[in-house]
Design a protein around this ligand. Structure first.
Ligand code: SF4
Length: 340
């Protein structure tokens, strides 16, 4: 497919795009094969989405054989090890540090780290742990590369619970607390004399996340709120210069006046097991009870293994969707993290 695409389109950039390309059990073979084939040509290869636990630097090095090693992105998502257990990101701080050390020592100058703010059970300390992690990343990078000009960019998105996931019952963090936590984090990074200047910080304020939350877990009544916002002149709300939180709040107030629910009810409220959720009649293949248990495991910081390498946990997807897990001929495991 790549060969055909490159030949027929004339483009010279190939990206292996999917939700999680690095989860393909033969991704190392695929990457190496492509890198060999396009070695010495003008075709550049990339693999944009990079989970720390499913990605190894070898892979990034292979893909960048022809190009510049500018920036490498990892998504630990949770700032503290405790929080990463909640979201089942089985990557320890030492794993991450080993990974970035390998990246900086193979010539990468910039590492981007992606986190979320507002994950279930999160505290101020979990978010402040991001600053400590970023400082450790810079310290390690300077040590292994022997250079001072390396950088780490911390990028933070607000967490929005989604239907058909274990967090569909979770309360979303209110925007005031989100903003307060991110301000604390920004101050902690900026005030650091030794490393602060080497750390970039990107984040958004919490208000758009609340509207995303309303749309994410809304029911039929939310349709009327969207219409009301539109009638009131709302357009292109995905663009921050056009987004008006106040317009959404006012529209929700008008539409929901007299209804027993409000904006908070849709967003910052935790749901219980017995509540009928607006999407319960839609089948995503996942068993509801399995999701609930997974949600309880998350709250108790219990990690669940990757079912590619363990017996099935009966989540329901394979029988419901008529699929099954396929592991390629090399059978090489990416978990736990292996960095060369
Ligand atoms: S093997 Fe299939 S059904 Fe079993 S836990 Fe994994 S995805 Fe779910």
């Amino acid at each position: 497919m790549v060969e055909n695409g490159v030949k027929k389109s004339g483009f010279e950039e190939v990206g292996l795009l999917s939700l999680s390309s690095a989860d393909h059990s033969e991704i190392a073979e695929v990457a190496k094969g492509l890198a060999d084939r396009y070695d010495g040509t003008n075709v550049s290869l990339s693999l944009p989405s990079t989970r720390v636990d499913a990605f190894n630097i070898d892979l990034a090095n292979e893909l960048s054989r022809n190009g510049r090693r500018s920036g490498l992105t990892f998504a630990p998502e949770g700032g503290s090890e405790r929080l990463r257990k909640v979201i089942n990101k089985m990557v320890s701080e030492d794993d991450l540090i080993r990974t970035v050390a390998a990246a900086y020592s193979s010539g990468w100058r910039q590492v981007k780290l992606y986190f979320m703010c507002g994950l279930p059970t999160e505290t101020d300390e979990d978010v402040l742990a991001i600053a400590d992690l970023a400082k450790r990343v810079i310290a390690t990078g300077r040590e292994v590369s022997g250079r001072r000009d390396i950088r780490c960019t911390v990028s933070i998105g607000g967490f929005v619970p989604k239907p058909h996931t274990p967090f569909q019952w979770a309360s979303q963090l209110d925007h005031e607390t989100t903003d307060a936590r991110l301000k604390q984090l920004r101050d902690a990074v900026r005030q650091d004399k030794q490393y602060g200047r080497a750390i970039g910080f990107r984040y958004h304020d919490g208000k758009p996340g609340i509207i995303e939350g309303l749309l994410s877990r809304g029911d039929r009544r939310v349709g009327a709120i969207i219409e009301e916002v539109w009638r009131d002149g709302g357009r292109f709300d995905g663009w921050s210069e056009h987004f008006s939180f106040d317009r959404w709040v006012a529209a929700a107030d008008r539409v929901l006046a007299g209804a027993p629910v409000d904006l908070d009810w849709y967003t910052t409220r935790e749901r219980g097991y017995d509540e009928v959720l607006p999407w319960d009649h839609l089948d995503s293949g996942l068993d509801r009870n399995w999701l609930w248990e997974d949600w309880q495991d998350a709250l108790h910081e219990v990690e669940v293994d990757d079912c590619r390498w363990t017996p099935c946990f009966d989540c329901g997807v394979c029988p419901e969707m008529g699929t099954d897990i396929q592991v390629g001929p090399t059978g090489k495991q990416f978990l736990p993290l292996s960095v060369v």
